[in-house]
Design a protein around this ligand. Sequence first.
Ligand SMILES: [Zn+2]
Length: 182
Amino acid sequence: MPDDANRPRDPARGLELPWADGAFPPASLAARRHVWESLVGLALHEATHALASGDVPVGALVVGPDGRLLGVGRNRREETGDPTAHAEVLALRQAAATLGEWRLEGCTLVVTLEPCAMCAGALLLARVQRLVLGAWDPKAGATGSVWDLVRDQRAHHAVEVIGGVREYECGQLLRDFFGTRR
Ligand SMILES: [Zn+2]
């Protein structure tokens, strides 16, 4: 898009989140940990909304390079009858719509459960820089458990993976869900 000096700059896109010093992610490990935990908390909240439609409670969100919230998603397979309506895919789509383009370079995808092969592929295609995940998925996880598609040397770029953030809570939400359905 051409830059027009007379046109006011586009307002920053996305929703501002209250990060302590404006730097995202913060430099100190403790502050980073706090930010990851806060983001997984937002994803956990989104995940609980899946329960209303009988969907497996998984929630995801995308934040931009500056830490602004660009997209949110939850698993909506049952609600929509769409086999690809995973939380991560919906969050990536919303983030791309917010930015007005498909490249999510510098962005962070946050999800309560380790992505499956489809979602791992989607986050690679979107050029997401970083993945923050809650519970590992030893049965179908594709970012370190069963497969590791995002750190494969054949992948176009490597994704930084931060796993096990609020792992117990993320896993317990799923255990509760499957416990009540069996
Ligand atoms: Zn998936």
